[in-house]
Write a protein that binds this ligand. Sequence first.
Ligand code: F6P
Length: 363
Amino acid sequence: MRKIVISTGGGDAPGLNAVIFAVVNSASKRGWEVFGSRSGYRGLLDLDDLVRLTPKDVEGITPIGGTILGSTNKGNPFAMPVQNLAGEIQIVDVSDRVLKNFNRMGFFCHIAVGGDGSLEIAHHFAQKGMPVIGVPKTIDNDLEATDRTFGFDTAVATATEALDKLHSTAKSHDRVMVVEVMGRESGWIALYSGVAGGADVILIPEIPFCIDAVCEKISDNELHDKHYSIVVVAEGAKAEDGEVISRGQGEVGRSEVVLGGIGEWVAGEIRERLGKDTRSLVLGHLQRGGSPTTFDRLLALRFGAAAVRLAEAGIFDHMVAWTPPEMSSVPLADAICCRKKVDLNSDKVLTARDIGICLGDEE
Ligand code: F6P
């Protein structure tokens, strides 16, 4: 009997459980056994953290947020933070142990669900001889090779709902509300939620912004008898002459800095320049939580089923991708080569400009 293992790595995203559901059911239908590796690769490092998953085990998990397997963004087996006997943290390569356990368990395929970081690790394992298939997950939607990643639609829905709610309080107090959303170096969440949620200003990493242009838009609102404004700022946005603001590396073993703080900076500048009552808030991990939207559930289920079809066809070191209208696959090396950015000539950007939203640049 064929045996496969599935893991979920990196930051969680709504729809992870739907992928697990689809993989377990599609594989079981073919008579294969499925195991789940808890917390990224932990189950492949320590076999006690490997769990058998049957259709019964995953019954009803599709609408549930998070991942039943757990996840981590500091679990790279090629650079794992491990505490030595003196209590110091050392970075150790434990990838050989992972591969040994994979072979010992008799797995013929590993389905790795993750964003660019996790997929890069998966690709390294493929180069080491592990048959791997990637499934693209991230609320940031920043993977070049797929039209969408699952999790993005839910994050946008959450951010849009938050913006809807902020309108009434901003209007009641004649205030500017600055909302910082996630997305790393891409402005997808900010652009989609900002346009749908009626923002006056949207600042994305793809367009370094001019704070004068932002203030001008808010002043223009005042002139048109609109005494409140909503500003959406992507966490990776930066002023023309400024830097991306981060909170540093965070925990040991993380590969990327923790972004955040640009919303507060923008709010401070508006307050100082316009003397306008201004508040800022960070939506943060709210965007990663909750039940996946119908769109994300469907996409995640399709990704999971497509990954099992790839495994059956013996196509490894590939990632499943959504290239509308069908599912396809791309080599992992191509999938991780660069991050997908907002196309400044796309219809969504044109729409934002046409309906009067300021994107922080001088047109
Ligand atoms: O990549 C997903 C993401 O949610 C980013 O949007 C955000 O910058 C980052 O993860 C936050 O990571 P953490 O969960 O480690 O705070």
